[in-house]
Design a binder for this molecule. Structure first.
Ligand code: SF4
Length: 562
């Protein structure tokens, strides 16, 4: 029995299928809006040997009847500890504390080494796990690195898992022996088979592994274009984008912004031909669903204008996850307006030309300002800007440039709105920069809390009391938490457990545990430092990232014209 108003859930009672508890360690509303989570759910329920039931972080405020904090499956209200396989799908690092938290709440020992023959196998995948699985290492039997690929059904993770479970008769009496079956499985990381040694300075000296396991775990890339396009299969009014058909129309981005992990690890860039998801789009138009195109490089999709025109000409609606200014052609803007889009998002990320050059978003301010005029004139009343603060080499002057940039944008916005007889608003979102693994900025330190707060205030004060302007900023403690977990190693797992035990909706870690934020977060790392995430391999040479980092932070100050 699934939630009222939800459609698309699979309810399989086939005794022979291996039931997997698929866990999104955040609220139902958030997890259901995640296309990656939905894709795994669909994949497993169409796999000949598996079925999956969903779990989300219980929210007693929403579901008081669900026995408080005990996680129960959406499909059949089964408890988590009755499944032999638990698979966490985790796109965001701040949900890591919920992994030990949910295991604990279900009576499952959170630490892998404490689990016995009758305890389930626990694994995790998702973007954050692929970037750096190490903070979760002590909790996991397996981590999946990369993208699920149906072409690997015969040799991939789930084929090997089905075989190993059948051979062990579902009793993990010899867990280590069981896990050795995954030695040659591409994309599978078995953390208990790896040993990290540290120097007296706390830095990783060496990563050792058991015989037969790879020195580095190569990520799986779903490169075949003949596979079905990931689309949402579950719909619910309770969920973010709940009634939209989400379509992965593109994967990867070749733009190479220095801070963007998704852009780097999802290379090569892949575009899905419209013919591959036209049928689903037709059904969405017929049933009145908005079609949400998801992709990090929609601007580069060769059929973008044709797809949008097709939808709009048939009376359908679309939304775009985010799009680079280059993708906002006059035609795309007209189509956006026709589909009733009320807000367009632009992400300059930095306002001074010098800093945009440092971060690899080397577009002139005029390109953004021109778009403001065009978007408003075409009938899109609201504009949202994304900026980061705390970027490498950033100065107060760079941050003051945000004030100047937004002020100019606002003048253009007001002028373009006047003939229309109405005025919307400009939203400015300020996010602290986090140096993510697998990017050229992985060597950079994250700015300290007081610097971040001061720079956010600089923008807030510079723009205060301007009508039609709303400034929002991401919580600094949450950004620091994300930074610490992103860059952490298996030594932070005890702090994750403690945070998971007291987590309500927003776990805290930074400054409350015996972790040194300078060591994990704020110091610039040496060129030859071994990173915890060096144990995985996304096919990008570390020297290449290093070369780009060194060149980026050397952009001379004379290119600081705005
Ligand atoms: S354009 Fe966007 S998706 Fe592409 S690398 Fe830059 S930030 Fe990432």
């Amino acid at each position: 029995m699934t939630r009222p108003g939800e459609t698309g859930a699979y309810v399989r009672n086939e005794g022979s299928a291996i039931a997997v508890a698929l866990v999104y360690p955040n609220a139902y509303r958030v997890g259901m809006g995640n296309l990656g989570f939905q894709y795994v759910y669909h994949y497993l329920n169409n796999h000949p040997q598996f079925s999956a039931e969903r779990f989300f972080r219980p929210d007693p405020a929403v579901q008081p009847s669900r026995r408080g904090h005990v996680p129960l499956s959406e499909e059949s209200s089964r408890p988590l500890n009755s499944f032999s396989v638990i698979a966490f799908s985790i796109p965001f690092e701040n949900d890591y504390p919920a992994v030990p938290g949910l295991l604990n709440a279900s009576g499952i020992p959170p630490l892998q080494r404490d689990r016995g023959a009758a305890d389930p196998l626990v694994m995790a995948g998702g973007v954050s796990v692929s970037l750096n699985p190490e903070p979760l290492a002590p909790f996991l039997d397996l981590a999946f690195i990369g993208e699920l690929d149906q072409h690997r059904e015969v040799t991939g993770l789930f084929a090997v898992l089905a075989d190993a479970l059948a051979r062990s008769r579902y009793a993990l009496t010899d867990r280590r022996g069981f896990l050795s079956a995954f030695r040659d499985t591409t994309g599978v990381y078995v953390p208990s088979s790896y040993d990290f040694t540290y120097g007296s300075d706390g830095l990783i000296r060496e990563i050792k592994h058991l015989p037969g396991f790879p020195g580095r775990v190569r990520a799986v890339k779903r490169v075949s274009t003949d596979l079905p396009v990931p689309v949402s299969v579950l719909f619910s009014k309770e969920a973010e984008f709940g009634e939209s058909l989400l379509v992965e129309s593109n994967r990867g981005c070749g733009r190479g912004c220095r801070f963007c992990a998704a852009g780097w690890i999802h290379r090569p860039v892949r575009y899905r031909e419209f013919s591959a998801f036209k049928q689903q789009a037709d059904r969405a138009i017929e049933t009145g669903r908005t079609i949400g195109l998801i992709g990090s490089d929609l601007a580069g999709h060769p059929e973008l204008e044709d797809i949008l025109e097709y939808i709009v000409d048939r009376g359908g609606r679309f939304s775009l996850s985010s799009i680079r200014p280059e993708g906002l052609s006059d035609k795309v803007i007209r189509l956006l307006a026709r589909t009733g889009q009320k807000t367009a998002t632009l992400a300059p990320e930095a306002a001074s030309q010098r800093l945009r050059k440092v971060i690899g978003k080397d577009l002139p301010s005029d390109a953004f300002h021109d778009l403001v005029g065009k978007l408003v004139s075409q009938g899109i009343p609201n504009i949202r800007f994304y900026f980061m603060v705390g970027l490498p080499t950033e100065t107060d002057e760079d941050v003051e440039a945000i004030v100047e940039f937004v002020s100019t944008a606002r003048d253009i916005f007001v002028k373009a709105s006047r003939p229309l007889g109405r005025i919307g608003r400009i939203g400015v979102q300020l996010n602290p920069f986090i140096p993510k693994p697998w990017t050229p900025f992985q060597w950079a330190g994250m700015a300290e809390a007081q610097t971040l707060r001061r720079r956010i205030r600089l923008v807030q004060n510079g723009l205060k009391r301007r009508p039609n302007l709303v400034i929002r900023s991401e919580s600094v403690p949450q950004a620091l938490l994300q930074g610490l977990i992103s860059r952490g190693d298996r030594r932070i797992s005890a702090a994750l457990t403690a945070a998971g035990a007291r987590a309500k909706s927003r776990p805290r870690l930074v400054g409350t545990e015996s972790l040194d934020p300078v060591f994990y977060l704020h110091r610039e790392r040496a060129g030859d430092e071994v990173f915890p995430w060096d144990v995985v391999d996304h096919g990008i040479a570390k020297q290449t990232l290093r070369r780009i980092y060194v060149a980026s932070i050397s952009v001379p100050p004379d290119s600081s014209q705005r």
